[in-house]
Design a binder for this molecule. Sequence first.
Ligand SMILES: Nc1ncnc2c1ncn2[C@@H]1O[C@H](COP(=O)(O)OP(=O)(O)O)[C@@H](O)[C@H]1O
Ligand SMILES: [Mg+2]
Length: 274
Amino acid sequence: MVTMELTKPDKGFGRITAKDISKGFKRTDGEVTIALNHLDADIKAGEFICLIGPSGCGKSTFLRLIAGLSEPTSGVITLDEQPIKEPGYERGLVFQDPTLFPWLNIYENIAYGLKTRHVYKAHKQDVADFIHLVGLDGFEKSYPHQLSGGMAQRASLARALVNNPKVLLLDEPLGALDAFTRMNMQDEILRIWKERGTTMVMVTHDVDEAIYLSDRIFVMTPRPAKIEEIIEVLIGRGENQGRQRDSSDFLRLRSKILQILDFTGKTLSPEYYL
Ligand SMILES: Nc1ncnc2c1ncn2[C@@H]1O[C@H](COP(=O)(O)OP(=O)(O)O)[C@@H](O)[C@H]1O
Ligand SMILES: [Mg+2]
């Protein structure tokens, strides 16, 4: 069982606000690609948000701004009222392709953040606890190439979580996994969320995944992106916090979201069927 002594983010922290955010990229031809256009968002502490929208609409750009990996052209993003200016361990990041260091074993990968922050000695036990939390006991000495995609993604989750982030930013973290592993990982993520109370902001292409997981879904428009609609998912959660995937409420919400995305089967990629 998961030990309850695990360091956890303080309750009530992890609120993100974005006020009038715009982000442009200078292109080589001198023109500017506007990725985000006067975007506003308010994400409550401990909330599970999914961002959904057509490819290239600015979802990753928004996540990178929250991560502090790039700065908005205008507007301010805050974490618990503090403007975000640079990356920080209180905002963990997990990408579609696990970005584990290939030359470090799983234990060393997960301990990496604690070591660079010089807090490893004090939190050594956390490494073992998080390895356990994501179900990788016995794989401490394995190297990333020896793990399956799902296991590597769980190691990436543990590597972010060991730093006790208030916010976990997930950029299509399950996109590369097969359907079965993907569903297991969704439950894994829900379990971690329930256990830790971390604010979750997850980009996904998969409408069903968004409904299964989130408290609210931000539906983004094609570039330059804004949040077109915010959908509160009012369908009750099961014991594992997930929702019954074939209930009539689930299916109704799914077709509503597909409609908002202006699904025609021609203009959008087939990923929206999934
Ligand atoms: N570093 C960058 N330099 C130039 N253009 C970029 C950069 N990052 C993203 N863009 C552009 O911004 C738009 C939004 O990209 P992105 O946020 O990656 O979309 P999404 O994640 O929704 O698929 C795209 O047109 C993309 O080409
Ligand atoms: Mg993206």
